[in-house]
Design a protein around this ligand. Structure first.
Ligand code: ADE
Ligand code: ZN
Length: 324
């Protein structure tokens, strides 16, 4: 591991808390909650983390999170992630959670949000590690379900900075959630969406123009659309790219194919993030390291990527002072 990368203070902007569920914690929570798993042990579960595409990952991801039932489970999950991130010198994190995946299992919104928030608050007190929480809608579910979720979030509104959109991208375009995003904006939420991960560049345009998002999660498909690239650069619209995720889900075949140098050269505010680190083989340092090795990036390139994350995060200018 390069010292430059391990010593660099970092900001993480694209992280699904349910994607930090390590096999060890799956087994511990299954035991605590009296759940029988389909895997004999941790290494058998780990061995199942081989994916052909986004959907094959999502199947394992939604299955794994069935061990999360109580407020304490969500605290333990979030705390384990924060301990790892603190070790990677992460100073600020903006975390997604998928309430619909828990509500449909009978887990109330309160258990999810309060467990996550309690861990985030402890990290702030112990290490000064700051955070924002983003509620994400599952795009394979209906508009009605998203609206219902937005309503259930109202008592927790003060804990939530923004809304996002994740899950199966193909066949679930941003337009499906135009009215939900309009309602969320009305309620003062900030807006982001996954777009251009497996889907086309047109989904990135639609996320910007129809949903009105200020940041694009993934967005790597923009490289196929030069006018869109020019717009992203001109408006400094951040992309939260996730290198190990793109590799594991076969968005790219090799790290050398990830268009990070082209994004930087074009002046796009591209950032590096871990997405679902328990499933994709590493947290923030591992993502930076794999990227530097795969693309022969200089330390100056790495610094520029880290500074882009500071620019793109939702802290106030005063709050950003602690990141240095
Ligand atoms: N949910 C968790 N990780 C995701 C990803 N990379 N893309 C879409 N939905 C997700
Ligand atoms: Zn994601």
């Amino acid at each position: 591991m390069s010292n430059f990368i391990s010593d660099l203070p970092k900001v993480e902007l694209h992280l699904h808390i349910e994607g930090t569920l390590e096999p060890e914690l799956v087994f511990a929570l299954a035991k605590r909650n009296g759940i029988t798993l389909n895997y004999l042990d941790e290494s058998a579960l780990q061995a199942a983390y081989q994916f052909d595409d986004l959907q094959s990952f999502l199947n394992v991801y939604y299955s794994g999170m069935q061990v999360l039932l109580t407020e304490q489970d969500f605290f333990d999950l979030t705390w384990a992630y924060l301990v790892r991130s603190h070790a990677d010198k992460v100073r600020h994190v903006e975390i997604f959670f998928d309430p619909q995946a828990h509500l449909e299992r009978g887990v109330p919104m309160a258990a999810v949000v309060e467990g996550i928030v309690r861990a985030l608050e402890q990290a702030r007190q112990q290490w000064g590690l700051t955070s924002r929480l983003i509620m994400s809608f599952l795009r394979h579910l209906s508009e009605d379900s998203a609206f219902e979720t937005l309503g259930l979030a109202e008592p927790f509104r003060h804990h939530l900075s923004g809304v996002g959109l994740d899950s199966a991208e193909k066949g679930n375009p941003p337009t499906k959630f135009a009215r939900v995003y309009a309602a969320a904006l009305e309620q003062g939420y900030r807006l982001v969406a996954h777009a251009g991960e497996e889907g086309p560049a047109s989904y990135i345009r639609d996320a910007l123009d129809i949903l009105g998002v200020e940041r694009i999660d993934h967005g790597v498909a923009a490289i196929t659309d030069p006018p869109l690239m020019a717009r992203l650069a001109q408006e400094r619209i951040p992309l939260t790219v996730c290198p190990l995720s793109n590799l594991k889900l076969k968005v790219i075949n090799h790290m050398s194919e990830l268009p990070i140098p082209q994004f930087l050269a074009a002046g796009v505010c591209v950032t590096i993030n871990s997405d679902d680190p328990a499933y994709f083989g590493g947290y923030m340092n591992a993502n930076y390291q794999a990227l530097q090795e795969g693309l022969n990036l200089s330390d100056e390139n790495i610094l520029e990527l880290a500074l882009n994350s500071v620019e793109a995060c939702w802290l106030s200018p005063e709050e950003k002072a602690h990141l240095a």
